[in-house]
Design a protein around this ligand. Structure first.
Ligand code: ADP
Length: 652
């Protein structure tokens, strides 16, 4: 007791001050959100208490009506936000308020660009919550006592938002948390009833518990004056009788937003509610609000964020929905309701079929949860499909942020493969010059007569794909090819065999087969050339020996003399790189070397009598083919000296 009784000063972690400054700066034009954040925290605290009190009703003491109360005092220049929620113990205060932006602060600061507009967006994704109090306050006091703790176990936390804070034990009669903001001199305008009421209406109407303010009664000026005298003591603990003397009224609607019907809820309210559940500062891209009745009964409100969070690729990052059971908050980040490839979806699900004392472990095994998960997954996919149909520009924004995550879908969720495939977008040979990626449905609409396959090509970069010699015949015939260059693409295609009844065909894999796109005459001509070049093919194969799996004549090339292709069942280069990078053993595969029988160099090669020159030429063509795939030469020095030898001969 003795040491804890004295005020102790502790430092924030090192980046705190920088982060606070940045936040205050970025949110300068939207200062009033401090109140939204503090009310949001108070509401979370009420949710937690309501949940804990299910098994321990005594936690509610004699004060079961949860609310958050806002008071102000012009003379003392304070605004006080008081809740009777779960409160915090000393340890909780230290972990929750002593560490600004808990995890990944350094990572966050690294991501900052110095561009104010972009950085404030980042702040939004990072969620600074409680610390937004320092936008308007130069000192913040937090008086708190955890529900169920002794009155003597109250805690007073104080900070000027600089390098440190102090913490001391106090006596606190009522449970919950009181936040006292000592306003900066130029922010005193916030200590005003009309202003505060407006902010509460704007940002906290959807909060499911009453946000109360002192009743305004202009007919009794005497009393008002008396009240403001009391208010001098704001922030200090008041005896309950004193509080009772004042009359408070709810300023907000105080009804859980998802319980209302869609027609009752304005877009602005949906947006504010999103900020409350997601801790995101920006508006969502879209949302879907649904009530399900029948065998299962639940309400869901799903949101698609506008921007990817900074930790989208962090496997440990929290994800999932906020779970309520019959309006009672149960847990945050209930990840069982969404598959991993939809981990960016935020929102609320409120079920009537799950038991109130459910735990994460139970959720994992509950068949009710499984059915809800598949219905919610469909709901989210349908929402995305609708955006794509209605507003391609908006969908493109979504795709730029989350497309890579959606591409994980077909592997994870076989049942919804077709739905997910409809959401995919790619660059294609027809989208050149536009920034808009194309969908598979549009590809199929544009397919040529007689075309029965969806052609695609995977390369290391979009530029490498565009320059690939494999495209030559397709360009000549005007057949569209999908160009893939995301790391995940080859893996994705391993899980997508067909779409809308059309098979996918990697144009760098196997022998070129254009099916009905080629006429009989052409096919006959090809067979003839193959016979004609049989000896050359054998000679080349002897020269390249074990470096190739096969040598053959191809008709896919127009301008290039040669190219490499992958055998039908062999692993592609991109996949190989991913596997190797993750330390897995990859079976050795060799390329197929294909030559263009119409190319002057190949025709010349056929007549070359000098075996040395023949071998130099073959090696150079092979090297070029490797390079144009974006691959690396096995022996670049040798390649250069062969090339130089030929160049010298040329200039002699
Ligand atoms: P966030 O709300 O995004 O987690 P904050 O910085 O707003 O981040 O708050 C940090 C933590 O402090 C909260 O997660 C919560 O545990 C605790 N906290 C904040 N305000 C309250 C409150 N009024 N009552 C109880 N706990 C609170």
């Amino acid at each position: 007791m003795s040491t804890e009784n004295k005020a102790e000063t502790r430092g924030f972690e090192t980046e705190a001050k920088q982060l606070l400054q940045l936040m205050i700066h970025s949110l300068y034009s939207n200062k009033e959100i401090f109140l939204r954040e503090l009310i949001s925290n108070a509401s979370d605290a009420a949710d937690k208490l309501r949940f804990e009190s299910l098994s321990k009703p005594e936690l509610l003491e004699s004060d079961p009506d949860l609310r958050v109360r806002i008071q102000f005092d012009v003379e003392a220049k304070t605004i006080t936000i008081d809740d009777n929620g779960i409160g915090m113990s000393r340890e909780e205060v230290i972990t929750n308020l002593g560490t600004i932006a808990k995890s990944g602060t350094a990572q966050f600061l690294d991501a900052l660009t110095g561009d104010e507009r972009k950085d404030s967006q980042l702040i939004g994704q990072f969620g600074v919550g409680f610390y937004s109090a320092f936008i308007v306050a130069d000192e913040v006091e937090v008086l708190t006592r955890r529900a169920g703790a002794e009155k003597s176990e109250g805690v007073l936390w104080k900070s000027k938002g600089e390098a440190d804070y102090s913490i001391e034990a106090i006596e606190k009669v009522s449970r919950g948390t009181t936040v006292v903001l000592h306003l900066k001199d130029d922010e005193i305008e916030f200590a005003e009833s009309f202003r505060l009421r407006n902010i509460v209406k704007k940002y906290a109407d959807h909060i499911a518990m009453p946000v109360t303010m002192e009743k305004e009664d202009f007919s009794m000026p005497d009393e008002v004056e008396e009240d403001s005298e009391d208010a001098d003591e704001e922030g200090k603990e008041k005896a309950p009788e004193q509080v009772k003397e004042k009359e408070f009224e709810a300023v907000n609607d105080a009804k859980a937003l998802w319980v209302k019907s869609r027609s009752e809820v304005e877009d602005e309210e949906y947006k504010e509610f999103y900020k409350h559940v997601s801790h995101d500062f920006q508006d969502p891209l879209d949302w879907s609000h649904n009530k399900v009745e029948g065998k299962l009964e639940y309400t869901s409100l799903l949101y698609i964020p506008a921007k990817a969070p900074y930790d989208l690729w962090n496997r440990e990052a929290a994800r999932g929905l906020k779970l309520y059971v019959q309006r009672v908050f149960i847990m945050d980040d209930a990840e069982q309701f969404m598959p991993l490839y939809l981990r960016f979806v935020k929102g609320v699900v409120d079920s009537n079929d799950i038991s109130l004392n459910v735990s994460r472990e139970i959720l994992q095994k509950d068949p009710v949860v499984d059915s809800m998960r598949s219905a919610l997954t469909k709901r989210a996919l349908d929402m995305l499909g609708k955006i794509r149909k209605k507003d391609k520009v908006k969908y493109d924004e979504f795709w730029a942020e989350f497309g890579q995550v959606i591409k994980e879908g077909p592997a994870e969720d076989f049942a919804n493969k077709e739905k997910i495939a409809k959401l995919l977008q790619f660059s294609t040979t027809s989208s050149e010059g536009t920034t808009q990626d194309q969908g598979l449905t549009e590809y199929i609409e544009r397919m040529q007569e007689g075309q029965d396959k969806i052609y695609y090509l995977v390369a290391d970069s979009l530029n490498a794909a565009k320059a690939s010699p494999h495209l030559e015949i397709f360009k000549k015939k005007g057949i569209e090819v999908i160009l893939m260059s995301d790391r995940i693409d080859e893996w994705l295609m391993g899980h997508l065999r067909d779409f809308d009844g059309k098979e996918f065909q990697d144009i760098a894999r196997g022998e070129l087969d254009l099916g009905k796109l080629e006429d009989e005459e052409g096919k006959q001509k090809q067979e003839d050339t193959e016979k004609e070049f049989k000896d050359l093919v054998t000679r080349i194969k002897t020269t390249l020996g074990g470096d190739v799996k096969e040598v053959r004549v191809t008709h896919r090339l127009i301008d290039s003399p040669a190219c490499l292709s992958v055998d039908t069942n062999d692993m592609g280069a991109q996949m190989r790189k991913i596997m190797e990078a993750s330390g897995q053993e990859v079976p050795e595969t060799k390329p197929i070397f294909e030559i263009n029988p119409d190319h002057a160099l190949v025709i010349k090669l056929d007549t070359e009598q000098d075996e040395d020159r023949f071998s130099d030429l073959v090696r150079i063509l092979f090297g070029q083919a490797q390079l144009s795939e974006g691959g690396q030469l096995d022996n670049p020095g040798e390649f250069s000296s062969r090339l130089n030898k030929l160049l010298l001969e040329l200039s002699n």
